[in-house]
Design a protein. Structure first.
Length: 310
């Protein structure tokens, strides 16, 4: 075919393409779909905004769209809550358990005078354990059984009278726990005293926890060991259970104990529930009295431990 004829044919094709593109753009400006959009995959289509609720019908009017920009449909912006008025910082709840009770009346009296739902954990077998448990229960304070369990370095470290030991058979452990519960009938829950060694043994911890399940008591793992299986076994048995998050030990001195109380508040400000286990000591009571006032000002709540176990 002569070269001139090829050029003429190319010119006709180009003119046709220009006409088709022009027609398509005119159709888009009239609000109709583009001819070139028919082949788009279904999942590539832009989502349509939901129609506004409770509005009167309005006649549809096509909107002109620039030829160089793709069609974009934006969903209505969600409502944004207005910020709350300035006030105390919203936070979580703090449940405090003071353990090692049953020997010092002055510490118990200080906790009683706070007038807050502090839980007291008494060691069975100590001289004042029964009387403290009864008085605390009468005042509406939650009473826990502070169950003495074998630690590493036993007997150099003594968990107290009636300790549950790794050498005991499961049936012996169950019987001992049942006796301890009977000695503190006001108890609504149980926590662990020491027990870094025993709480790592799954079979024995299950034996320890079974009497709690039978009586509907809740359980708080004092976490004497990072390898403790006590909480996991409690959950498997269907107990309401928790783990302490912060340990307050007066052996750290006033500066160290203040720092730990501060850590409890910091965790609670994130909105979580925090379980604090504090050893009974006059320093602990004095600093706890200070902390409670600060927690009030920060919008943090002191609650019974039964409200934060799950």
């Amino acid at each position: 075919m002569p070269a001139g004829l090829w050029k003429a044919l190319a010119g006709v094709i180009a003119a046709l393409l220009i006409a088709v593109v022009g027609l398509d753009q005119w159709q888009v400006r009239q609000g109709h779909a583009s001819l070139f959009a028919l082949g788009r995959a279904p999942d590539a289509v832009e989502p349509r905004a939901a129609p506004p609720a409770a509005t009167a019908p309005v006649a549809s009017r096509p909107r002109p769209i620039a030829a160089s920009a793709p069609t974009v449909t934006r969903a209505a912006a969600p409502e944004v809550a207005r910020p709350a008025a300035p006030g105390p910082v919203a936070g979580g709840r703090i449940a405090v358990i003071v353990d090692d009770l049953g020997a010092r009346q002055d510490v118990f009296d200080g906790l009683r005078d706070l007038g807050r739902p502090i839980a007291v954990a008494v060691i069975p077998g100590l001289p004042l354990a029964g009387a403290m448990a009864r008085e605390a229960s009468r005042l509406g304070m939650e009473v826990l059984l502070d169950l003495p369990l074998e630690p590493y370095r036993y007997p150099e470290i003594d968990p107290g009278p009636g300790a549950l030991l790794l050498a005991m058979r499961p049936e012996e452990l169950r019987a001992a726990v049942t006796r301890h519960i009977g000695a503190v009938p006001a108890a609504v829950g149980v926590t662990t005293r020491l027990g870094s060694r025993l709480t790592e043994d799954r079979v024995r911890m299950r034996a320890v926890l079974e009497p709690l399940a039978e009586r509907g008591l809740f359980f708080v793992d004092g976490r004497a060991s990072n390898l403790s299986v006590a909480y996991d076994e409690a959950v498997r048995l269907g107990l309401r259970a928790g783990r302490r998050h912060v340990l307050v030990d007066p052996a750290a001195g006033e500066t160290g104990e203040r720092a730990v109380w501060g850590e409890a508040a910091r965790l609670a400000r994130t909105g979580r529930d925090v379980i604090v286990l504090a050893h009974a000591h006059p320093l602990t009571v004095r600093l706890l009295r200070e902390q409670v006032s600060r927690w009030d000002a920060a919008g943090l709540r002191v609650v019974p431990v039964s409200q934060v176990v799950r």
